[in-house]
Design a protein around this ligand. Structure first.
Ligand SMILES: Cc1cc2nc3c(=O)[nH]c(=O)nc-3n(C[C@H](O)[C@H](O)[C@H](O)COP(=O)(O)OP(=O)(O)OC[C@H]3O[C@@H](n4cnc5c(N)ncnc54)[C@H](O)[C@@H]3O)c2cc1C
Length: 423
């Protein structure tokens, strides 16, 4: 494994190797860096391209090395850099992402997260990129201006390209003011459809929360087993709503939103208005994930997206899939974006070939439904290797051709991330 400490070393490493996989933190969820699944390959790691090269508050940008980890960005002045980074660096993010996930990985996966409803995904926060191309050329695109319509959107092409088109070594990111204050409400509902209807009602009544997270009954039952029954009030669906902004405005909005939620069938509403109690709610949100793992079943986490109006249909479909296949399905996630992590909970997935085959067949059913219902097979984790077999159906033949053409132009020898969704 080569760990370039500088741009020159990254270029030299590329020149010296027949096949390279940009690896940053290695935390990704779509098996994109599982070298065992690839043909013999050299891993070009960016772990040491870690510098903070400068930031300009007056201009609202920061210049950062792609290997910088989220933990190093967990400072107040960086908190609003990229919502996904900010959430990861602070309370909302899981510790492994905080400590190992990197800026390069975020950019390569166009990462999202809980705050995208209000702030969007990674792409709009990337003003400029330095990319080492497969032939060793160094591309510098964009810059430090917040608007730029000079030529094609090359930045957009590299953001989310999962290391297939070039190795990002440096990025100029847009800084936006960090909100002065945050407060949260959590509540349970009798069922998922009531919680999903509440999501629509909140947005339809002109609130724009910074996060709106929904959780289904299966996950809540797992959480009650894992954390104790008293950790959660009664109910078969759970909603987290976070507001941010100026302190006075958040202070005024929270009681009004609380009142509104109570008209929507919310059972027990709880409020958090200081950083510690907000962190306790984000910890509960992380515990939903850990609770599913604690069931002992293998969690196949699919970060599918549906148009928001289809949240209930998705939950009904998931219940039907569970009935049809006998595999429990747990849904929770970023309701405001329709990005619901749909987890197939599989017994003996790693040890029993028949169980694995059955789970793979269930995934086929899930992704077919997603594609037929105007959804997307991945909202934020990426295609990687894990979702490779559904990629061409998801994008269609013409888009597939365009993807292949771009790959062929930028990496004609196929040395970057070989074996992934575009060969
Ligand atoms: C517990 C957990 C929760 C998560 N929650 C969320 C969430 O809510 N929202 C969300 O969007 N994501 C989420 N993720 C996914 C997370 O965003 C990614 O794991 C992370 O961004 C990858 O960063 P990394 O540095 O570890 O990259 P890696 O895992 O090392 O790489 C990821 C991909 O990017 C490529 N790559 C990495 N660095 C570069 C580079 N410098 N240039 C070009 N290509 C590169 C790699 O080749 C690979 O294809 C979660 C992950 C975990 C483990």
């Amino acid at each position: 494994m080569t760990l370039p400490a500088s741009l020159d070393e990254a270029v030299a490493a590329l020149a010296a190797t027949p096949a390279a996989v940009p690896v940053a933190g290695g935390t990704d969820l779509m098996a994109s860096v599982n070298a065992g699944q690839l043909r013999p390959t050299a891993l070009v790691g960016l772990g040491r391209v870690r510098e903070i090269r400068g930031w300009q508050y007056l201009d609202g940008h920061a210049l950062l090395g792609a290997g910088l980890t989220h933990a190093r960005m967990g400072r107040p002045d960086f908190a609003a850099l990229i919502p996904a980074l900010a959430a990861a660096a602070r309370a909302a993010g899981p510790p492994q992402i905080r400590n190992a996930g990197t800026l390069g990985g975020n950019i390569a996966t166009n990462a999202g997260g809980p705050r995208c409803l209000k702030y969007g995904v990674t792409r709009p926060y990337v003003l400029g990129l330095e990319v080492v191309l497969a032939n060793g050329d160094i591309l510098r695109t964009g810059g430090r201006c917040h608007k730029n319509k000079t030529g094609f959107d090359l930045i957009g092409m590299f953001v989310g390209s999962e290391g297939l088109l070039g190795i990002v070594t440096e990025a100029t990111l847009r800084l936006i003011p960090h909100p002065e204050s945050r407060a949260m409400l959590t509540t349970t509902f009798n069922d998922f459809s009531e919680a999903a209807a509440a999501v629509q009602a909140i947005l339809g009544s002109r609130w724009l929360p910074s996060a709106l997270e929904i959780t289904d009954g299966f996950t809540l039952r797992a959480a009650r087993d894992y954390l104790g029954a008293e950790a959660l009030p009664d109910g078969n669906a759970h909603l987290i709503v976070e507001l941010d902004g100026r302190e006075e405005s958040v202070r005024n909005e929270i009681p009004a939103l609380r009142e509104f939620l109570s008209t929507l069938g919310a059972l027990k509403i709880e409020e958090a208005s200081d950083p510690e109690s907000c962190e306790a709610i984000w910890q509960l949100r992380r515990d939903f994930s850990y609770s599913l793992r604690a069931t002992g079943l293998t969690k196949l986490n699919e970060d599918i997206v549906v148009p928001r109006s289809k949240l209930v249909e998705l939950a009904d479909f998931a219940a039907g899939l569970q009935e049809e296949t006998g595999i429990p399905v747990a849904c929770f996630g970023h309701a405001g974006d329709g990005n619901i992590h749909t987890n197939l909970m599989v017994a003996n997935y790693d040890t029993d070939a028949a169980a694995r085959e059955k789970a793979d067949a269930a995934l086929d059913i899930l992704f077919r439904w997603i594609i037929e219902n105007d959804g997307k097979i991945t909202g934020e984790h990426g295609v990687g290797i894990a979702k490779k077999r559904w990629f061409s159906d998801a994008v269609g033949p013409v888009a597939m051709q365009v993807h292949r053409g771009l790959k062929q132009t930028l990496d004609p020898k196929g040395i970057l991330n070989p074996g992934k969704f575009i060969e």
